[in-house]
Design a protein around this ligand. Structure first.
Ligand SMILES: Nc1ncnc2c1ncn2[C@@H]1O[C@H](COP(=O)(O)OP(=O)(O)OP(=O)(O)O)[C@@H](O)[C@H]1O
Length: 272
């Protein structure tokens, strides 16, 4: 039978990409995360929300290898991530952004992306030193790729400006662009719209819809509820290191425990 005649397998949209199994993280006497279990389905946008200190960033740090859990296991696409250093986790397609901007302020916007792309470049040091034609060819391809990424995120007109010269909202976008340069299959975004104004936030929500079309699974930590409720397929709520709700945005929004622990307070503050 020819390859064309074989019917393609039905796509399983709900295979588990990331599995977090009984994760605990202790800082001295403080149990920041206590026996947390959840999964992220392939292709979905899942948000982790909860009050300050609930353990959201700690969960990100454990998943991406920036800290070692005290207990539990983390698997991505069936392979254990627990114990691997951040660079090896990134090589598996699990890429994160940080709450505080990690843009290189003294480099141009284009160079910020190129630095990310060079980490993936196949050129060896000796090829670069000898100036082989393949080096120039790859350099040109990397620049083209960097400009494509900037165009995708909407920063192509800023390519020649220094990272530090961008307004804060655009620095946050650049950070996402740098993460995209690393070709994530799972992208972890830590408060990507904090400090953005409402119109910047709306366009970021549109951008996120574009990112998921690239078959990128997204795990989001965010306090902006308009964004969370607008982009998420599922929302997990943490409080004091434990999951108190896991469900569709509208279910979580109406969950009395969630309102008591987090949302009620936020909505009151927003109205006040
Ligand atoms: N390196 C650390 N050493 C000691 N305690 C820490 C450390 N990192 C976090 N913690 C504590 O762990 C708990 C969880 O913090 P974490 O930053 O994960 O919360 P969060 O949900 O991300 O909060 P926020 O919304 O403010 O970012 C907090 O009590 C915090 O003070």
């Amino acid at each position: 039978m020819s390859a064309e005649a074989i019917p393609s397998a039905p796509r399983d949209d709900y295979t588990q990409a990331l599995v977090v199994d009984s994760l605990s993280v202790r800082f001295g006497g403080l149990l920041a995360i206590e026996s947390m279990s959840f999964h992220v389905n392939e292709g979905e946008v899942l948000s982790l929300i909860g009050p300050n200190g609930a353990g959201k960033t700690t969960a990100f740090n454990a998943i991406t290898g920036y800290l070692q859990p005290s207990r539990g296991e983390i698997r991505y696409r069936g392979e254990p991530l627990t114990g691997l250093p951040p660079n090896e986790i990134a090589e598996r397609g699990v890429i994160r952004t940080f709450q505080k901007t990690s843009v290189f302020g003294g480099e141009t916007v284009l160079d910020n992306i190129l630095i990310g792309l060079h980490r993936k470049s196949r050129q060896k040091a000796w090829q670069i030193i000898l100036g082989l034609p393949s080096v120039y060819r790859e350099e040109r391809q990397l620049r083209e790729r960097a400009m494509e990424i900037l165009a995708f995120i909407g920063l192509e007109k800023r390519a020649g400006e220094l990272g530090a010269a961008l307004p804060y909202g655009e620095q946050r976008l650049l950070e996402v662009a740098i993460a995209l340069a690393a070709e994530p299959t799972l992208l972890l975004l830590d408060e990507p719209v904090s400090g953005m104004n409402p119109s910047e936030t709306s366009s970021f929500m549109d951008k996120l819809a574009e990112i998921r079309k690239l078959d990128v699974t997204v795990l989001l930590v965010e306090h902006d509820m308009r964004m969370v409720m607008g982009v998420s397929d599922r929302v997990i709520v943490l409080n004091q290191g434990r999951i108190i709700a896991d469900g569709a945005p509208e279910d979580v929004q109406n969950n009395p425990d969630v309102i008591r622990a987090y949302l009620g307070d936020r909505y009151q503050r927003a109205e006040g």
